[in-house]
Design a protein around this ligand. Structure first.
Ligand code: GTP
Length: 203
């Protein structure tokens, strides 16, 4: 991967144990590791080349450690990120509170960063709906308020994992195209209702 250009810096944020590393593992290596849980220390980086139409996009993904012990370090990793995947565990309401903490930080310190909320471990709900601790509609309302997109995923089954990262890349390509259009042809900004266009291009 040395010398490879990264198009989009993506940062994974969220409470420890919510499944950030598993999400990256599923997306990049299409696998789900079983065995004893190993918490991330500091952060890990992986790059993934993907296609959006006829374009090639390289995502550079920073998987941060969820433990509050590493909070200061996570701040270093989200700097300059174009996209943040803020994860919470669908079976743990405290993890959603932690997700809101990161959203608040990003909104005040990284205005140009598009936020993707990701409710993880949806397979546990398939097994037993009563395990849900974070209501889908509540989070959707919250996501609308903060102009974020919402996904519910399972790294175990793979549900919606590709869809999430594909959306990140597609949004990047749309914004890049939009920036070229504004430079070359001029575009009526009022036509662009998408929060991504707004958050990335209003400077
Ligand atoms: N059933 C199920 N378990 C999951 C899923 N994703 C992660 N897990 C489990 O949840 C635990 C924590 O997963 P990690 O991916 O290590 O969590 P993390 O957010 O990276 O944790 P930190 O590195 O401490 O921040 C592990 O035991 C995983 O096997 C999922 O989609 N379904």
């Amino acid at each position: 991967m040395s010398g490879q250009r990264v198009d989009v810096k993506v940062v994974m944020l969220g409470k420890e144990y919510v499944g950030k590393t598993s999400l990256v593992e599923r997306y990049v290596h299409d696998r789900f590791l079983v065995g004893p849980y190993q918490n991330t220390i500091g952060a890990a980086f992986v790059a993934k080349v993907m296609s959006v139409g006829d374009r090639t996009v390289t995502l550079g993904i920073w998987d941060t450690a969820g433990s509050e012990r590493y909070e200061a370090m996570s701040r270093i990793y989200y700097r300059g990120a174009k996209a943040a995947i803020v994860c919470y565990d669908l079976t743990d309401s405290s993890s959603f509170e932690r997700a809101k903490f990161w959203v608040k930080e990003l909104r005040s310190l990284e205005e140009g960063c598009q936020i993707y909320l990701c409710g993880t471990k949806s397979d546990l709900l398939d097994e037993d709906r009563r395990r849900r601790r974070v209501d889908f509609h509540d989070v959707q309302d919250y996501a609308d308020n903060i102009k974020a997109q919402l996904f519910e995923t399972s790294s175990k089954t793979g549900q919606s994992v590709d869809k999430l990262f594909q959306k990140v890349a597609e949004d990047y390509v749309s914004v890049a195209a939009f920036q070229v259009m504004t430079e070359d042809q001029g575009v009526d900004l009022s036509q662009k209702a998408s929060p991504y266009f707004y958050s990335c291009c209003h400077h």
